[in-house]
Design a protein around this ligand. Structure first.
Ligand code: UN1
Length: 503
């Protein structure tokens, strides 16, 4: 794999890029935390973290704003999100720079993340005129039965480092048109992009005259998230992160009868059938497994290949991996940037050691190149051993083989997580069986494309330990609203349902 890590920019150069992109943004100066870059591992700016009092005040302000926002007509609320989308279009390049600075995403993927935000703003603006309820046939004469959707309240958004801005926008754009206000706790690893997009939303709020408190940003660590989780004024906690985090948040919010929307770990697989078109499968697999340095929730981690084609397919994958340039994510030629931290690179090494101890053979990559840079790895496994059943947030592709289609589905579903899945096949029956009720058990199931890179128009999320939440498109908006069932009697008789007579 071409290793270009000898030609990295200096921390000063990365800082200068960040500073240029942050031109109009006020950075809360302080020394509580450091904004940092995985490109060099260096520190960029000192920051003041939010205090417990800041969190309390943010929730109070969001609650206050909600009182007027909830009765602002939804299409007027849509105007705020449309304005945010316009600003994102104008600032796309600088925002993408910040994502590259803080996450190490290559340029094309960083731009893609901003595009994903623009897309969800467009979607939400249209949605602001389509928050449809139902009209239901009443069993009683002279009665009208309907369903109405009302704003829910303050939404706490807890987001992860890997999509530091897009996942915020999925939640925030939809929550805002639904009439909610948002308090956001981003990953402590991505304060700069969080400040930049919050600033643009503040500009949009000022331009459209929306109440100030409809959005609040809090910077800091876990304690802030915990405060959001435990505060009864927060109606919905939408959290993206590890299954371990979700296991803590879920019961805590449930204990106070709050709502959660959880998007947790994935362990996504692709089945590759004997009829697969390798011209689709190879690039689809390489992007899904090695793209974003293996740090998407939707990253392809397991390849379930028919035994007859396994040697041929893995040989071609190994050769494709041989052409993946690794290095400076700002360099347009780079396809694999750094992992988020040195510790993440260490976890990858540990997982590869475990995989080998469990009988796996490393066919490609796996070397650490210094700092947070690693070579994406392909490991041929003897079965779905413990390490294969875990999500390691790094570019490791485990290859398993199958003989019968039933075996492929069984292997596919035999992991605790259930986010994304795909099948490469030209056999229509197999494709349909993969999508059927007894096929893939994931929230996302694709045919002839990889597991990652979903469009915003669909609902995003997954089953089992992935947490069950759905964000972004389709009718995911319903999670951000409360439903009221309304029965109106327009007759002059009181009729009871179920033929009950009384008085
Ligand atoms: C995530 O990794 O948390 O489907 C989100 C995808 C992107 C979103 C990933 N649209 O890969």
């Amino acid at each position: 794999m071409p290793d270009h890590t000898a030609a990295l920019p200096t921390t000063d150069e990365v800082r200068a890029r960040a500073r240029a992109a942050l031109r109009d943004v006020t950075i809360p100066d302080g020394d509580d935390r450091q904004a940092r870059t995985p490109i060099t591992g260096g520190d960029l700016f000192g920051l003041r973290a939010s205090t417990a009092a800041d969190v309390d005040q943010a929730i109070a302000a969001a609650g206050e704003a909600f009182r007027t926002w909830r009765t602002t007509p939804a299409p007027v609320r849509g105007e705020l999100v449309r304005t945010l989308g316009d600003l994102l279009r104008q600032h796309k390049s600088g925002l993408a720079d910040l994502i590259t600075v803080e996450v190490g995403k290559i340029r094309s993927e960083a731009l893609g993340e901003i595009q994903e935000m623009i897309d969800v703003c467009d979607f939400a603006a249209g949605l602001s005129r389509q928050l449809y309820g139902r009209s239901i046939a009443s069993e009683r004469p002279g009665h009208r039965l309907t369903e109405t959707w009302h704003p829910l309240g303050v939404v706490g958004v807890i987001s992860a480092f890997n999509f530091p801005a897009a996942v915020w926008s999925w939640n925030t754009a939809i929550a805002l048109v639904c009439g909610d206000s948002v308090v956001w706790k981003p990953s402590e690893l991505t304060p700069l992009i969080s400040l930049a997009v919050s600033h643009l939303l503040e500009v949009a709020i000022a331009k459209t005259g929306a109440p100030q408190g409809v959005h609040r940003l809090l910077l800091g660590d876990r304690a802030i998230g915990e405060q959001l989780v435990d505060d009864p004024r927060v109606a919905l906690v939408s959290a993206t992160g590890s299954t371990r985090m979700g296991r803590e948040i879920g019961p805590r919010v449930a204990a106070r009868f709050g709502r959660t929307l959880l998007e947790l770990g994935g362990n996504n697989a692709a089945v590759v059938a004997p009829s697969a078109d390798f011209d689709l499968a190879i690039p689809g697999i390489v992007f899904a497994a090695a793209g974003t340095a293996g740090q998407r929730c939707t990253t392809l981690r397991r390849l379930i290949v028919h035994r007859d084609i396994a040697d041929d397919l893995t040989a071609r994958l190994v050769s494709a991996y041989g052409n993946l340039p690794i290095g400076d994510p700002f360099d347009e030629a780079t396809l694999v940037g750094p992992l988020i931290t040195d510790q993440a690179a260490g976890k990858m090494t540990a997982a590869l050691e475990q995989a080998q101890a469990e009988g796996g053979k490393v066919l490609a990559g796996g070397n650490r190149l210094g700092g947070a840079y690693v070579e994406p790895a392909i490991v041929r496994c003897t079965g779905q051993t413990p390490v294969v059943r875990e999500e390691t947030f790094a570019p490791i592709l485990y290859v398993l083989t199958y003989d019968s289609f039933e075996e492929a589905i069984a292997l596919h579903n035999d992991v605790p997580q259930g986010l994304s899945s795909s099948i490469f096949t030209r056999d229509q029956q197999e494709a349909e069986r993969f999508l059927a009720a007894d096929g893939s058990d994931c929230g996302i199931a694709n045919v002839n494309i990889g597991t990652s890179g979903a469009e915003i128009g669909g609902a995003f999320g997954g089953e089992k330990e992935t947490g069950g939440g759905r964000e972004s498109g389709s009718d995911a908006w319903r999670a951000y609203m409360r439903r009221a069932t309304n029965t109106v009697n327009y007759s002059s008789r009181l009729t009871l349902a179920q033929n009950v007579s009384f008085l």
